[in-house]
Write a new protein. Structure first.
Length: 302
């Protein structure tokens, strides 16, 4: 089938005038472009991957995308919000399977698009290995993403999920993370040690790869270099991953610039490891994250 016809068909069925327009990335991936009075955004059908979001009130993007990201069919995009599902990092028993599961490299189907109160609302679907997934993206003055997982099999199913959000920063050296994570114990994936709650803000001074356990309903990332903070409100999440590759790992990643670690960090609304989810047949669980930018900070540039 002629791909141009597919794109025309997608726009006829799911496009929303100039607010939501589908096109084809030069490398063959189907892309959705959002441009409204409230925000600009972008997502791909591969991975249901949100790659751009910027509210109209802001001069900087909320999501970080690497300049070196490879927009290649079947390959995860470096940045934005990859959906890690149904496992996190390496597969628990088969290391030959791709890291972070199949959801981020599968092509999702459009289920519904609509404009409600000036917000663009999109639902995408994917069914695989007994799971029925619906991913809802709402782009307006805030960005909200929610992964609903239903067990469509006749046996219990376990899964892990991380909404692996890359946040765009003025400068990693000055950011700090406040809120509920201060009261959560964390597992350091680099040293493989569990730590008591630190009761203080998280700052980045080296490679950081931590899983915080417990509900963190509100997290606030303070970014004094851009005089803004990003508030993350979550639901249905019992773990949060905080990641920055720092110097050496950045150099090792082919699809990431050597100095890009200065401009990003990941705060991932998750249910992983000891907080993985078990669903009985027919049961549903939803993990939600909402991102809101505020032009206030509570810390200064150091
Ligand atoms: C983080 C993990 O979520 O993702 C890290 O905690 C991992 O251990 C990182 O290195 C990036 O993973 P990937 O597969 O996108 O390179």
């Amino acid at each position: 089938m002629d791909i141009d016809l597919d794109i025309d068909g997608l726009n006829r069925k799911y496009g929303l005038e100039n607010d939501l327009v589908f096109d084809l990335h030069p490398n063959g991936l189907v892309r959705a472009n959002v441009q409204t009075n409230q925000c600009a955004g972008e997502f791909f059908l591969q991975g249901a991957h949100v790659t751009r979001y910027q509210p109209a009130s802001q001069t900087h993007p909320v999501l970080f995308m690497s300049q070196q990201a490879l927009y290649i069919p079947g390959k995860a995009l470096r940045g934005g919000i990859p959906i890690c599902f149904p496992w996190f990092n390496s597969h628990p028993s088969d290391p030959s399977l791709p890291a972070h599961g199949w959801a981020r490299t599968s092509v999702w189907n459009l289920v519904q698009t609509q404009k409600v109160d000036g917000q663009i609302e999109v639902a995408l679907g994917l069914a695989k290995d007994g799971f029925d997934l619906i991913y809802r993206i709402s782009m307006g003055e805030t960005l909200k993403v929610a992964l609903e997982v239903r067990n469509a099999a006749d046996v219990p199913l376990d899964y892990e999920i991380a909404l692996h959000t890359y946040l765009s920063l003025g400068s990693i050296e000055n950011v700090s993370i406040a809120g509920d994570l201060e009261n959560c114990e964390h597992y350091d994936q680099l040293t493989q040690k569990l730590h008591e709650p630190e009761k203080q803000r998280i700052r980045f001074v080296q490679e950081t790869d931590r899983i915080y356990y417990g509900q963190a309903s509100r997290i606030v990332l303070d970014d004094p270099a851009w005089q803004r903070s990003i508030q993350i409100d979550s639901l249905g999440s019992q773990a949060t991953v905080v990641w920055n590759p720092w110097i050496d790992k950045s150099k090792r990643m082919a699809d990431f610039g050597d100095l890009e670690y200065l401009q990003m960090c990941c705060i991932e609304t998750a249910n992983v490891r000891q907080k993985s989810v078990r669903l009985a047949p027919g049961q549903t669980h939803t993990t939600t994250a909402e991102f809101q930018v505020q032009n206030t900070v509570t810390t200064n540039i150091r």
